[in-house]
Design a protein around this ligand. Structure first.
Ligand SMILES: [Fe+2]
Length: 192
């Protein structure tokens, strides 16, 4: 993974991430056997992430290292069956994502720093054809340590995350697909 590090092996991840993975495996097992529905997976991931965010041994020092040019992704865990991928993202002050939607469910938990989230609506672009993203004024939110947010796949979940604070932002992102080869496969990028 570009700029990343980490492992997909369960025995090499921290105990809190192991606990998160075990909860996810239980939920996904319930879905496979008809005891829960697909729509239950994202909210369950959100709750499981909230349980471990404050654990002091959640991340290693290496997993909290940023990069000068762009926010940095560290792979934390990849489900061997490709059902979900957990990443740690480190954002230095001033770094931001592009405006993007997602190709699968996504939940984000803030470990340290403040995640500034702008939300967008997707509209037809009469001049250019296609679509563009329009900033939803008054819908910005600051997510602080312990906060967990959920975004739906498709045009309802278009946002931009940035670090506008003075300290690094460290956030954990769990996505409902295999991203071990290319983490950008989760994103659908929009023009403003
Ligand atoms: Fe996102």
């Amino acid at each position: 993974m570009a700029g990343g590090s980490g492992s997909g092996a369960l025995d090499s991840v921290s105990p809190p991430i192991q606990a998160f993975v075990q909860t996810m495996e239980a939920v996904l097992g319930d879905v496979a056997e008809g005891r829960a529905g697909e729509a239950d997976i994202g909210p369950a991931a959100m709750n499981a992430l909230a349980e471990v965010l404050a654990a002091p041994d959640l991340l290693t020092t290496a997993q909290c290292q940023g990069a000068a040019d762009c926010y940095r992704r560290h792979l934390l865990y990849a489900d061997p069956q490709g059902r979900f991928t957990a990443l740690c993202l480190v954002w230095r002050p001033g770094q931001a994502s592009v405006v993007h939607g997602h190709t699968a469910w996504c939940t984000v938990g803030v470990v340290s720093g403040v995640a500034h989230e702008e939300r967008f609506d997707v509209v037809e672009d009469e001049d250019e054809g296609g679509v563009r993203a329009v900033h939803l004024v008054g819908r910005d939110a600051d997510h602080r340590p312990g906060a967990v947010l959920m975004t739906r796949p498709g045009p309802d979940g278009v946002h931009r995350i940035s670090n506008r604070g003075p300290d690094d932002l460290v956030s954990i992102h769990v996505y409902g697909r295999d991203l071990t080869v290319d983490p950008t496969l989760i994103n659908v990028v929009y023009d403003e």
